[in-house]
Design a protein around this ligand. Sequence first.
Ligand SMILES: [Zn+2]
Length: 281
Amino acid sequence: MKKKKILKHIIIAVSVLSAIMAGMFAVMPDKLVYCEQLCKYKLGSFQLKEAREDELDLKTADAESMKISGELMLVNRAHPLPTDYVPALDEYKNSGVIMSAFSVDSYAELSKDISDHTGEKLYVMSSYRDASEQQKIFEAEGSSTAMPALCSEHETGLAQDLYFQSYSGSAINKCSAGRYLTSHAAEHGFILRYPPMSEEVTGVGYEPWHFRYVGAPHAEIITENGLTLEEYIDGLEYGKFYVYGEYIISRQNGNTLTIPDGYRISVSADNCGGHIITAKR
Ligand SMILES: [Zn+2]
């Protein structure tokens, strides 16, 4: 009789322990991917494979005659926006949220991906701000937390401060949807703009809620290598052609651009006086 009772207790204890372990492992995969991602951010460099120029059918094009986008503009205190800068803006799905016309479709995909996989709805706390709005925030919050007018990438509409219903700000990654966002944003062209351990480079502390659109394949390269946008743009040497999958990437100075023929070309200003060419086969 006594033996039976002990056995019953052992079975209950094992069942409870198994249930706890199963619960732990159920939440671990997304935590692991997310932690792995965050650990990649360190002050470092990266190397992209260079393309052989003799294998590219190169031709020249006048930048002024081309449609120039802005998703790779570097905007910070050292690289303020031009005073006459006018962003291309769009409204996200009649929501009243104004964001960059270059990122609105990709943002819709990111939002759908998150709700399909986690059941959580992604919300925008703050997206586009004009210079006077930015200046007001700067004056109210001070230079340690806010950028002065023309130095915030919110003025491009390419940056979004995101949140979930119960998790926002520095707590955003306490929910699995937040960790999903951090781990999958790059697949939709977005980067964690102010990663941990990068304040020395970006001038801004870790902001797990602030995501910035840079497009493909740049978001993937930046995220895979644990880079900041500063490190990535700085690492692209002027005049060189890099290969990444089906893409050729080249950062160039001046208004006469050299582009590979037979590719789908998009050109973004870098806000450092040059252009970044993204060519897709
Ligand atoms: Zn922000």
